[in-house]
Design a binder for this molecule. Sequence first.
Ligand code: COA
Ligand code: AMP
Length: 633
Amino acid sequence: MSSYAETYRNWQADPEGFWRDAAGEIDWFTPVDKVREMRDGGLADWFAGASCNTCWNALDRHVEAGHGDRLALIYDSAMMGKVKKFTYAELTDKVATFAGVLKSKGVGKGDRVIVYMPMVPQAAVAMLACARLGAIHSVVFGGFAAKELATRIDDAKPKLIVSASCGLEPGRVIAYKPLLDRAIEMASHKPEACIVFQREMEEASLVEGRDFDWKAEMDEAAAAGNKPDCVALDATDPLYVLYTSGTTGKPKGVVRDNGGHMVALKWTMKNIYGVDPGDVFWAASDVGWVVGHSYIVYAPLLHGATTILFEGKPVGTPDAGTFWRVIADHGVKALFTAPTAFRAIKKEDPKGEFIGKYDLSSLDTLFLAGERADPDTIQWAERMLNVPVIDHWWQTETGWPIAANPVGLEKLPVKYGSPSVAMPGYEIHVVDEANKQVSPNTTGAIVVKLPLPPGCLPTLWENDDGFREAYLVDYPGYYKTADAGYLDEDGYLFVMSRTDDIINVAGHRLSTGGMEEVLAELPDVAECAVIGIADATKGQVPVGFLVLNSGVDRPAGDIEKEAVAIIRDRIGAVASFKKAMVVQRLPKTRSGKVLRGTMRKIADGQDWAMPATIDDPAILDEIATVLGDAGLK
Ligand code: COA
Ligand code: AMP
């Protein structure tokens, strides 16, 4: 095994050769000839001209190689106290059968299918069945409200939607079907059909002629032997579209291709995560997020590993020992989750008393991503688990880590607060506003030299202009990550904050601009600002500041409650928007820009300087008083 430095140098010296070698790990129907084809704007198409199928590589090929009896997926529901295991042969059969169902409803190559499901294995089956047919799935996180789903329906224009009767949150059953019906009603685009998986806790009523029952359809396809083979797709054909928060209420449809995505993810399993085929890998995330796409579904299966699909929370389902129970029960070798999950566990069980009750000897490494991993949390996890704790940094857009400590290649020294170093494929720079590289330990915008490696987004769904605008125009020749931070003298990266309005709430990426758009709909609100303030468990939580129209004389408390309710209704509970405050005015620059950054610093008790361009300094005192009165300062 070569070292990190040698591997990175090999990639730098010959990127095409590097990825050609990695592509050797994938089955191609038409073999790879051209590895990289440059296109306008410094971007690359990967493996154009080669054909392949992601479902084949994730499932069928392992069965064909004689590993049909190996466990592919373990569904562990802490919510239901239930475990169900699927071998590669069983999962392949289920996926082929559901592909038969989709095909019988007219779904084929290039059609979009929205998957709006809780954490049940049927969600992974639906994704892989789309991949089998060349249909493009778009998974929408179950915690999003009907309006968010409607926005995605109108952008992706799905032929069909796959959903379930309900999801389970601690202490309550969330009926999905009414949300789905409401979203379809709101959207201009109407899907031709919906397939609904009925769960025992809640039976959904089906719309005659439009909605079909998952189980009945599966039984029919199985009886008819309707199990289509994997379709040959161009490496550059889209596998999925995943919507992520941008700077407005309109989410961005991140496109993922088939060939480059497989090559990159397969490479990461051994080299970054140190996992072998047959090992048990657990990404405790949700299939609605990129971590779920890459590391619950695709990467572990492409690698022939066993993946865990967990329905539950790190605490309260039933206690702060759930993660340790899952590791012990299933022999998990690597766990990947968000720091917020560990903060939640640490809060409930600071001394780690639950840990001693379980045999965690299978666990080699803990990986953290999704938000900045604070040194306290990392050190607590190291002490409690006695394994390396690896912070790594990536985005929905890249689909796999940009910076990591690649334990599979070589475990580098850990520097607390840093996700370590650039992975092969990525040349990371920190630049100033003029796109000039800054010196080590100087904060600036974090950018990645083009072209991006395989697996990263080639564009946004039906929005090439939006793609260029969001990522390419500000720093010519580079991809803008919209994160800010610095590189130290050893090339370790420190990711400190976003440069846009995105906040990270319990590892969930949300746009404060999107929340402001919703609050502005309230009839009494003249203007508003939403900022993310520090939260001990969730990292950040949003709070809203509302300036009312003149003449409004209703109690401020009523309007604040309406603000909380409208965000929950339009965006969803996942926004964790629990606090809105009526203020007399917002602090602004003389050119009218709201000083959100300064407001955040005041709320977080950080040092702040009076901006030279401020219009009226007294307003910041008013904001500080309001925050203090609300117990938020
Ligand atoms: N469907 C419906 N509602 C959902 C939902 C879903 N899939 N997921 C979350 N919600 C709801 C929750 O019930 C909660 O509602 P409430 O305000 O009525 O209590 C709200 O959305 C906020 O949820 P969440 O942020 O998950 O907060 P929590 O207090 O329930 O749990 C954590 C906090 C830290 C334990 C939890 O967020 C967690 O485990 N985070 C890890 C995040 C993660 O894996 N991120 C992926 C990147 S790796
Ligand atoms: P998402 O697209 O939901 O994965 O969110 C990506 C964003 O989360 C990044 O742009 C960062 O702002 C943040 N993020 C993810 N991982 C890390 C990390 N390890 N350290 C700091 N920030 C992170």
